[in-house]
Write a protein that binds this ligand. Structure first.
Ligand code: TXA
Ligand code: MG
Length: 455
């Protein structure tokens, strides 16, 4: 169900590319050059990047149509969290269930403190934020270590709440995050309002990690997408609740449990989410919905992904996709059961889709960047050892071996294989338990997968 009262008229959707290094000068009030406390930005008067940013700000302030923008985790779909009509615009564009609360994004602690402190009764202005700290002390160690960054904290909702009720749904809490993306920080700061922002995908689809993904899902439903390049982390923020004891991780994400446990007060943090078939009532309402799903069926293989695994579950008459991490095909290639062709760009002489082209250009321009080049390779696999047996077309994407690289590429790769029209996507599970984002990767894969088995 979506909010029925607000219609979504077709819009012309534009992508504007903004380079955060060209928008102007960041000015810090504290000697540590920290974004945490108060800071300011002086926009360049001559740069077209600054003009585009100013246009986005103006839209956020004056319209109810949300603006998509990059963060370091995934692209967000932002609106002023204090204005009901603006927040409703998010639910309408994204077709999001109305009981799934939004994360509120802030650009400094002083902004957050002002939002949390009750207004003075006489003149409605808020008191000196340095007098009391309304941020519960349990979060101080996390904020010092992980903000700005991929961590969302659950805070008690102040009374009266400065946020539109639709942003927090019926809860008595609010999820807040300070992103580290400079574009996101500048956008929030210049809008002079906290931005409610879910991931900028259509509900149930993989979260967008490139502006083109947003366009694919929301074209005609919003007017502006800020393109800041591919997201560095590629998977959403970790959501934590420190208002209960022991504290809980409500959604695994960019900050791992091991890293949280290193912080004072968080040594005993527990997993407060479930993933898999036995999922009960989740504490983060969004975790109960089907998520991260491409159109193709996702098959998650625990253990090594080999031809034998593909044979155990085959969709009929269509090509397949393989997300390759560690084991795919090593022996099968030698045995002549997998034939790899050259990469698509070389065999066909052109690059098939814009997202891929964009990624390749970015990678060429900045070879030092760790954004991996998405390169779907066409291969043919023989599911039968009989040498007369027919081949099946397979599109393979190399996600790499490192968790950070797998996380960065996962959603993009699922989308890319959808564009290739594959019927089934096979993915190998990765080891959880190291101090990285592996738990988040496996959580997203379990939610995307329709079939899961051990090889
Ligand atoms: O990395 C991210 O967190 C991205 C970027 C755009 O910042 N945002 C994002 O938002 O993933 P969204 O709406 O797709 O997911 C928000 C999650 C949902 O699972 C929601 O239920 C949970 O946070 N959440 C929000 N407010 C909450 C609250 N007060 N209590 C518990 N869970 C909450
Ligand atoms: Mg989401």
């Amino acid at each position: 169900m979506i909010y029925p009262s607000v219609e979504c008229k077709p819009h012309n959707t534009r992508i504007v590319t903004i380079d955060s290094s060209k928008i102007g000068r960041f000015i810090f009030s504290s000697p540590e050059n920290s974004f945490l406390e108060d800071w300011d930005i002086s926009l360049s008067e001559t740069s077209s990047d600054a003009q585009c940013l100013a246009e986005a700000v103006s839209r956020l302030q004056t319209t109810n149509i949300p603006v998509a923008f990059p963060t370091e985790t995934v692209y967000g779909l932002g609106a002023d969290a204090t204005r009901t009509d603006a927040v409703l615009g998010i639910y309408t564009a994204k077709q999001r269930p109305p009981d799934n609360p939004l994360i509120v994004h802030i650009s400094s602690l002083s902004q957050l403190r002002k939002l949390l402190l009750p207004p003075k009764s006489d003149d409605n202005s808020r008191p000196d934020p340095h007098q009391i700290d309304p941020i519960p002390s349990i979060y101080h160690s996390l904020i010092a270590r992980f903000w700005p960054g991929p961590l969302t904290i659950i805070l008690p909702l102040p009374t009266p709440s400065p946020f539109a009720p639709q942003a927090t749904t019926s809860l008595s809490t609010v999820g807040v995050r300070m992103p580290s993306s400079l574009l996101a920080l500048a956008l929030i700061h210049l809008t002079k309002a906290p931005l409610a922002a879910p991931s900028a995908n259509t509900s149930t689809k993989p979260s967008p990690t490139m502006a083109e993904h947003v366009l694919h899902d929301l074209s005609g439903r919003i007017e502006l997408v800020i393109d800041g390049g591919p997201c560095e982390i590629g998977i959403e923020s970790t959501v934590v609740d420190g208002l209960v004891h022991p504290p809980l991780i409500l959604r695994p994400g960019g900050v791992s449990m091991n890293k949280l446990r290193e912080c004072p007060g968080w040594e005993e943090v527990e997993i407060g989410y479930k993933s898999g078939a036995d999922e009960g009532v989740p504490r983060a309402p969004g975790m109960k919905y089907r998520h991260y799903s491409p159109s193709a069926k996702v098959v998650l293989v625990e253990g090594a992904l080999e031809l034998e695994s593909v044979k155990r579950y085959t969709g009929k008459g269509r090509s397949i996709g393989i997300l390759r991490t560690k084991n795919w095909g090593r022996d099968d290639i030698k045995r002549g059961l997998i034939f790899e062709e050259d990469s698509l760009s070389r065999t066909d002489g052109h690059v098939e889709n814009k997202a891929l082209a964009h990624m390749m250009i970015k990678t060429r321009q900045d070879s030092s960047s760790r954004i991996w080049p998405l390169n779907a390779r066409r291969s043919q696999i023989r599911l039968d050892t009989d040498s007369n047996a027919a081949f099946t077309d397979a599109w393979t994407i190399e996600l790499g071996h490192e968790t950070a690289t797998i996380a960065r590429g996962l959603f993009s790769a699922l989308r890319e294989l959808d564009l290739k029209g594959v019927g089934t996507i096979y993915v190998e599970s990765i080891e959880v338990g190291e101090g990285d984002a592996a738990a988040a990767v496996m959580n997203r894969l379990r939610k995307a997968a329709e079939v899961e088995f051990r090889s």
